[in-house]
Design a protein around this ligand. Structure first.
Ligand SMILES: [Zn+2]
Ligand SMILES: [Zn+2]
Length: 158
């Protein structure tokens, strides 16, 4: 390849902006790139700035993604622990974020929260609220007609 500006001299570099071959006399160093001396230096400088900004923007965006992933996973685990609905929590968080990458950590966090919450307090919050009103839901017991009427008070809760 010959220099674009001096046809008889071999090129030693290529301009990052226009792509022309450059000899020693026509080549200017801009950062780590080559540019046409007194022609493309400004253009190459802005190209370098742009790629540098792209790099830092990517780093910032990936940091935000990690933080919001941790936040939504924690939110789902708290929901699973309080409401005792781990799969519902996974679905809600998945619908909110649309991120497949969060599904496995969510499942692990939710099942841990569910198991721990069940260990520390056996009654889920909605059942505890019903028990405050005197309503006791049957758990895995066979429901017979006599049993049914005995479990539920005839009077409806307010
Ligand atoms: Zn030249
Ligand atoms: Zn150039």
């Amino acid at each position: 390849m010959r220099c674009f500006y001096h046809g008889d001299v071999d090129a030693v570099a290529i301009c990052k902006s226009c792509g022309h071959g450059l000899c020693h006399d026509c080549c200017a160093e801009v950062g780590t790139s080559s540019a046409c001396r007194n022609r493309c230096e400004g253009e190459v400088e802005s190209l370098n700035d742009m790629s540098q900004r792209n790099k830092s923007a990517f780093q910032k965006a990936s940091g935000v993604y990690t933080r919001s992933g941790i936040f939504t996973t924690t939110m789902g685990a708290v929901f699973a622990g309080i409401i005792r609905a781990p799969m519902t929590s996974v679905l809600i968080i998945f619908e909110m974020t649309g991120s497949y990458g969060l599904v496995l950590p969510l499942m692990i966090a939710n099942m841990s929260a569910y198991v721990l919450a069940r260990h520390w307090r056996h009654t889920p919050i909605y059942e505890a609220l019903l028990e405050q009103d005197g309503i006791f839901l049957p758990h895995g017991k066979p429901i017979t007609p006599d049993h049914d009427t005995a479990e539920f008070p005839s009077e409806a809760p307010p």
